[in-house]
Design a binder for this molecule. Sequence first.
Ligand SMILES: Cc1cc2nc3c(=O)[nH]c(=O)nc-3n(C[C@H](O)[C@H](O)[C@H](O)COP(=O)(O)O)c2cc1C
Length: 173
Amino acid sequence: MSEQFPTISVAEAIRTKRAVRQFTDQPASEEAIRAVLNAGRRSQSSKNTQPWTFVAITERTTLEALSKTGGYTGHLAGAAFAVVIVAQPGYKFDVGQAAAYMQLAAWELGLGSCIASLHDEDAARAILGVPGELECYTAISFGYPAAPPAAPRPGGRRSFEEAVRWEQYSSDK
Ligand SMILES: Cc1cc2nc3c(=O)[nH]c(=O)nc-3n(C[C@H](O)[C@H](O)[C@H](O)COP(=O)(O)O)c2cc1C
């Protein structure tokens, strides 16, 4: 049976999405996991190369092992599931696109998420059986937030005036 997904606009999802690193024990349904993976699969890439394979992980032991492969990757251990983006070398921008699409799609479903940079890529490769010629430096934890998501906070982002320039970077060319 199909789940009733709540809907929020893309603008609202972008405005309210925050990094979530603590999750409840509630598992994510296969339908929700597939919706997140489909968002990654459908994201844009340079020349439509689609240089990725998405490894979806729900096994707790694998999540715990991956949580030890980076300096700030502890949140993987408690995730309902994680996705590791395995990619051809040289496609970091594309990997970022897929990550953002998946995280926003997840947020629409009430699933929080956080990126985990796998600094010890060799260890991550060994855990997942990834060949040495492929990169796997980005994992994303997903799960239902343990606490209500923090409100968008003033000062949480550089102001519009600080972050944006119109027409030119510098006025003194
Ligand atoms: C390229 C990239 C790498 C990141 N790596 C990590 C990481 O290894 N561990 C972690 O906890 N968060 C990581 N993050 C999450 C950022 O810390 C988070 O998005 C940022 O602090 C903004 O959080 P907020 O949206 O809650 O304000 C990463 C984010 C990006 C875009």
